[in-house]
Design a protein around this ligand. Structure first.
Ligand SMILES: Cc1cc2nc3c(=O)[nH]c(=O)nc-3n(C[C@H](O)[C@H](O)[C@H](O)COP(=O)(O)OP(=O)(O)OC[C@H]3O[C@@H](n4cnc5c(N)ncnc54)[C@H](O)[C@@H]3O)c2cc1C
Length: 281
């Protein structure tokens, strides 16, 4: 379906255009790596596409111990920043897992959240890190935890006309993300596991991707990880708890039972990776 492309320079202008019903349904576009395919294949029917690329959201900054990422910052910028690599290694693992380097120079964090894919590599780590999403509308701002924002495939907490402005991520130097794919490049993860160790309150967070209806935290697994350096036995019990808890699908990439087995293996690997990384500093 043909569409017109609008390129507002201010946030207010973008919000006004999205709210304006004349000219048919509108949709925001950031990097376009998901949306252009959706428009092309008719999964999204919009006659007006509002680009966010000229808005002042191509930014990142530290606010005390939180990284605030503008929603249109290309993912590649996160992967190469030394402070992000040191303070949020799990986020860097996840960003590096997304597609190819060329894709990561266009794809954005806001777009990954906006698409809300069950197999997203980024959403699990944002869940494990306890990130929040800042939304903006003509009526004002609101902050939503990522776990409430992503509901199911293509379903988010965004109200009509609302945009993701930024994502706020608490630092977690002990964190990691591991994944499994049929083909490592340009394929979607069968399963992904993110872990992060938090100091306040102390404990581990464990989140899964490639599960239904959306990436999720598994508190049953987290409850088994009571020590900063859990024993092998504790990790094994947590891994089994994660595999039991999640709902998986059988599709062309993997069977339900294979995904379940993968989860327990990847939980073990993710914790080992985070602790190995800490020990090497
Ligand atoms: C070949 C290929 C490989 C890929 N590999 C991976 C992978 O390995 N892992 C992975 O997780 N993803 C992968 N993806 C998916 C995709 O690249 C990511 O989801 C990307 O982060 C989307 O960002 P974008 O800026 O391109 O979003 P866009 O395509 O611009 O937008 C995606 C959706 O979010 C909405 N949106 C965008 N920005 C905002 C905003 N600020 N506020 C509100 N709504 C917004 C749009 O309206 C649209 O619905 C792949 C895609 C392709 C084409």
């Amino acid at each position: 379906m043909p569409f017109t492309l609008e390129q507002p320079k201010t946030v207010r202008e973008a919000l006004q255009r999205l709210a304006d019903p004349t000219g048919g349904p509108s949709v925001p576009i950031a990097g376009g790596t998901d949306l252009l395919l959706d428009l092309d294949e008719g999964r999204v029917a919009s006659t007006r596409v509002v680009s966010l690329r000229r808005l002042p959201w191509n930014t990142m900054r530290w606010e005390s111990d939180r990284l605030v990422v503008g929603s249109t910052l290309p993912l590649a910028r996160l992967g190469t920043d030394p402070a992000v690599r040191r303070r949020l290694p799990g986020l860097v693992d996840a960003v590096d897992a997304v597609g190819s380097l060329a894709l990561r120079h266009r794809a954005t964090l806001g777009g990954n959240l906006g698409r809300a894919a069950p197999a997203s590599d980024v959403v699990p780590v944002l869940l494990a890190l306890g990130a929040t999403v800042r939304l903006v509308a003509l009526s004002g701002h609101r902050d939503v935890p990522v776990g409430q924002f992503v509901r199911a495939s293509r379903q988010t907490d965004l109200a009509p006309g609302e945009l993701i402005e930024s994502i706020s991520v608490p630092a977690a130097p002990v964190s990691s993300y591991v994944w499994q794919r049929v083909r490592p490049a340009n394929d979607v993860s069968q399963v992904g596991v993110a872990v992060a160790r938090s100091d306040s309150p102390s404990g581990w967070h464990v989140a899964l991707g490639g599960v239904l209806p959306a990436p999720m935290r598994v508190v049953e697994a987290e409850a088994m990880l009571t020590q900063p350096n859990p024993s092998e036995a504790e990790v094994e019990v947590a891994a089994q708890a994660a595999a039991r808890r999640a709902s998986f699908v059988t599709d062309k990439r993997a069977t339900e039972s294979y995904r379940r087995r993968l989860v327990s293996t990847l939980v073990r690997r993710a914790i080992a990776r985070a602790l190995r990384d800490e020990a090497s500093r």
